[in-house]
Write a new protein. Structure first.
Length: 321
């Protein structure tokens, strides 16, 4: 199993409600800093975590053993939940100690997805979602989707975005797949689905194809109106997520040339530069977006900025009013 597929498989199997108590300290699990290469350190961190989690979940990589099930349930008491939070905090600290800029392109993706998922799990403990009743009768999102489905693609898209902002990426994918169907001509709907695929550990391998489709649909829009700033900014975003720097910067500049005061364009500029490891530039664009009214809540909700969360400039942005 390649490192990419291993980390994707690992993250796809993480579930808060089925975790077992820690059998060793977070420091031991996360690993101490050493002088090995950043790639080696990262692989050791997520591989060790995967091994630990399989053991604690009484699971197996062997399909036959997995199908047979376990002879016990994990502990879910409050003390165990807090121990997990401490564990994840230490794992994130170990992850943050690895220089992202020195990672290979493949491991940069792994680090980003790994960190996003672990932060989401830690937040589940902080917000005590483990207290949701087993039947989930009182859980808000359980009643949000109507049994007969939504009447429009836009409604499904709104639901998918809501799930995405909660970092429920797989649920977001399910909703957005109803918005971006085979006959969809709206590049924005398919771009949203590509983004959900990208951040869903179990669906990331579908992101490239969907981004390419969103680019094709956006190009068709630009043939009709080549001065559509929204389309140009979206193209910059899509190309950045495909690691095509020249095309991303070209379309970004064209959008900004049309209107450099639209906060959403400035936020996309931050995403583009951050995607290419340019933290200072990304923070600068975020500051410009915030000065023009871009919401701190939107910044906090964007997983694209997770690697900036410990930066003092970022903290000031999300705390400002």
């Amino acid at each position: 199993m390649s490192s990419t597929s291993r980390i994707a498989h690992y993250l796809a199997c993480l579930t808060l409600s089925s975790l077992a108590p820690l059998s060793r300290s977070p420091a031991q699990a996360s690993g101490a800093r050493d002088n090995t290469s950043p790639d080696t350190r990262l692989r050791a961190l997520y591989t060790r975590e995967w091994t630990w989690r399989q053991r604690e979940l009484a699971r197996s990589d062997n399909p036959r053993e997995e199908a047979a099930g376990s002879d016990h349930f994990p502990r879910v008491d409050a003390a165990s939940q807090q121990a997990r939070l401490a564990y994840w905090t230490q794992v994130l600290a170990a992850l943050d100690s690895i220089p992202v800029g020195a990672l290979s392109p493949e491991e940069k993706i792994n680090a980003q997805v790994f960190g996003t998922s672990v932060r989401a799990l830690a937040n589940d403990v902080r917000f005590r979602t483990y207290e949701t009743p087993f039947n989930s009768d009182t859980y808000f999102w359980s009643d949000f989707t109507p049994r007969q489905g939504f009447p429009t693609a836009e409604a499904y898209s709104n639901l998918g975005i809501a799930y995405f902002n909660l970092r429920r990426f797989d649920d977001s994918v399910t909703a957005l797949e109803q918005a971006c169907t085979a006959n969809t001509k709206d590049y924005d709907l398919c771009g949203n689905l590509a983004r959900a695929y990208y951040w869903s550990p179990s669906k990331r391998n579908q992101a490239r194809k969907m981004y390419e489709r969103a680019i094709h649909l956006t190009e068709e829009n630009l043939r009709v109106n080549n001065r559509d700033g929204d389309a140009l900014a979206s193209m910059a975003n899509y190309y950045a997520m495909l690691s095509d720097r020249p095309q991303a910067l070209k379309h970004l500049q064209e959008a900004l040339n049309l209107n450099s005061d639209i906060p959403e364009y400035l936020a996309i500029a931050a995403i583009v530069h951050n995607q290419f490891g340019e933290k200072d530039e990304a923070l600068g664009w975020l500051e410009k977006a915030r000065a023009r009214g871009y919401s701190p809540a939107e910044i906090r909700a964007s997983p694209e900025f997770d690697n900036l969360r410990d930066e003092p400039r970022f903290q000031r942005l999300i705390l400002s009013k």
